[in-house]
Design a protein around this ligand. Structure first.
Ligand code: ATP
Length: 262
């Protein structure tokens, strides 16, 4: 008699092949004479969580503006899941979701109306939009707030709605520019845990820009930008090894100020 083989051990998740979720190659951008990004190259793996670390003025927002095509005058290449942003912008952009540094929800619309508006821009049908809004609001613990005006939500709740909105059209790469700035410790933790869970359970690739070192764990990949230049990229362990430091804050200090802390 045929017996189904029952694996004794959990099976490893198969390796993900194919192009990186995001490939930035020799990317430069200037504002007049000011060079904001200088030949920056790095990649984000599909399903990987990558922290983009940099002090004020490092070039993080400029980089996000180029990846989302708010700015187009640059040299170098940006590929999203292999699609070149310049030559195949629609195929590339439909794969990304974005949470910008400045909140962009309409405060006088309800949560659901904000989500519906975003879904419409992405060509989603009203019924798909409703179903996805229900799903994402439940996932962020705001299932009962869909009919509230955004103005009535706390700062942390608004950020969670922005994440739900960014995920509505099922992107495979989520970009977040300093998503926890201005939030209290509990809200910061909640948002970070939520995005890490999405990454682990849904296979979402994430690029999370921050200057807050404590948001990174040893398992993360990091990209360190300083004054428009790439100073390091790799796992936290690799970056620490390369700078002969024991922890990320010390590595970051060496990479950005040249200071070695005792
Ligand atoms: N619209 C603009 N016009 C002129 N210069 C700009 C403009 N936007 C950014 N810059 C300059 O480009 C450099 C990079 O700025 P950017 O906002 O990308 O840094 P950032 O890492 O996002 O900083 P922050 O954490 O403060 O947001 C800075 O020197 C900044 O002054």
């Amino acid at each position: 008699m045929y017996e189904a083989a029952i694996p004794a051990e959990p099976q490893p998740i198969p390796a993900i092949h194919g192009p990186p979720a995001l490939a930035v190659e020799e990317l430069s951008h200037s504002f007049g004479k000011r060079l904001a990004l200088d030949r920056v190259s790095f990649a984000v793996a599909p399903g990987g969580f990558t922290m983009l670390l940099g002090l004020n003025g490092a070039g993080k927002t400029t980089l996000f503006s180029l990846i989302t095509r708010l700015y187009s005058n640059r040299t170098g290449a940006i590929r999203i899941f292999g699609f070149d942003l310049r030559r195949q912008p629609t195929r590339a952009l439909e794969r990304i979701g974005v949470v910008f540094q400045q909140p962009t929800l309409d405060l006088d619309l309800t949560v659901r109306q904000n989500l519906r508006y975003h879904g419409g821009l992405h060509g989603m049908s009203p019924s798909d939009c409703e179903a996805r809004a229900r799903e994402e609001l439940a996932r962020i613990g705001l299932a009962d707030r869909g009919d509230d005006k955004v103005r009535a939500l706390s700062g942390g709740q608004r950020r969670r709605v922005e994440i739900a909105r960014a995920l509505l059209h099922r992107p495979s790469l989520l970009l977040l520019d300093e998503p926890t700035v201005g939030l209290d410790a509990d809200s910061r933790r909640h948002i970070l845990t939520h995005v890490r869970t999405l990454c682990r359970e849904q296979g979402l690739a994430v690029l999370w820009a921050t200057h807050l070192m404590d948001e990174a764990t040893n398992e993360d990949s990091v990209v360190v930008l300083h004054q428009g230049r790439l100073r390091a990229s790799g796992t936290v362990r690799t970056v620490c090894d390369e700078t002969a430091t024991a922890a990320l804050p010390a590595a970051f200090a060496v990479l950005t100020t040249g200071e070695r802390r005792p």
